[in-house]
Design a protein around this ligand. Structure first.
Ligand SMILES: C[S@@+](CC[C@H](N)C(=O)[O-])C[C@H]1O[C@@H](n2cnc3c(N)ncnc32)[C@H](O)[C@@H]1O
Length: 246
């Protein structure tokens, strides 16, 4: 399972929904950052947003992920884009981030906070950010009331923690942040760098693993996830939350 997961999830420019435009939009909502901010990018993956942030901020970024091949991809990209000096790549665990309190002006996490849990991540990572520092995360949410039964059932199985945008805004406030803004990632941000490249890999992989039951079942779950988004993207999406530690 591990092997097949990483065969699908390798050499993609992203490992979750997002795009450069959304990273930029969220970053430009932050006011009063120092000229060269210290940024922690958690669950950075292959680092599309890390490189975008390096260019936007002119700051120093610590990019943490626990999958070394993604970090190698990020290093290569940073070199190609001339931002190597700004980025420190760390193989580490987002559930045990060992940095001094108040080390960062900004903590960034695109489509990865679900791994530790939305509320837990907000609470545990808060200490790492300076007072009045910022946190930007993107997280899955219902974006319309009353989703159809089929998609409700799907998420009941794959991500029962999914909430409405208002539900997540409440969690943010209770965790001690001021919400500066939030916005829904456009649908294009799911397709161009994520679902389309995965879809392109699937036919050859299905052929290759046709006699392997477990692999075939995994490939079917990837297909189902994409089919659900094609059918029900009006009802759920990734939401960027831009917040300040109070
Ligand atoms: C959905 S991907 C998002 C990657 C990237 N932020 C992006 O948007 O392309 C989640 C990332 O979290 C990483 N990850 C999973 N568990 C982790 C952990 N315990 N500590 C650090 N990174 C982790 C994965 O390797 C993967 O790169």
């Amino acid at each position: 399972m591990h092997k097949i997961f990483y065969e699908v999830h390798s050499n993609l420019s992203r490992e979750g929904p997002g795009n450069k435009e959304a990273t930029k939009k969220a970053y430009l909502m932050l006011k009063d950052l120092p000229e060269k901010p210290f940024i922690l990018d958690v669950g950075c993956g292959p680092g599309m947003q890390t490189v975008t942030l390096a260019k936007l901020s002119n700051g120093k970024i610590t990019a943490v992920d626990n999958h070394q091949p993604f970090l190698e991809q990020l290093k290569k990209k940073a070199k190609e884009e001339g931002v190597t000096k700004q980025i420190t790549v760390v193989n580490g665990d987002m559930k045990a981030l060992n940095y001094e309190n108040g080390s960062f002006d900004l903590l960034w996490c695109e489509s990865a906070i679900f791994i530790i849990g939305f509320e837990k991540g907000l609470r545990e990572w808060k200490k790492l950010v300076k007072t009045n520092g910022y946190l930007v995360v993107s997280e899955l949410a219902w974006i319309q009331p009353n989703p159809p039964e089929e998609i409700k059932q799907f998420f009941a199985e794959v991500y029962p923690a999914i909430k409405t945008i208002n539900g997540n805004l409440e969690i943010i406030k209770k965790a001690g942040y001021r919400v500066i803004n939030h916005f829904v990632l456009p649908e294009e941000g799911w397709w161009t760098h994520y679902y389309k490249p995965i879809e392109a890999k699937l036919p050859a992989m299905k052929q290759k693993y046709k006699d392997d039951k477990e692999a075939t079942a995994f490939l079917a779950t990837e297909e189902l996830e994409i089919e659900m988004f094609r059918k029900y993207s009006d009802y759920y999406g990734y939401v960027f939350y831009i917040m300040q530690k109070t």
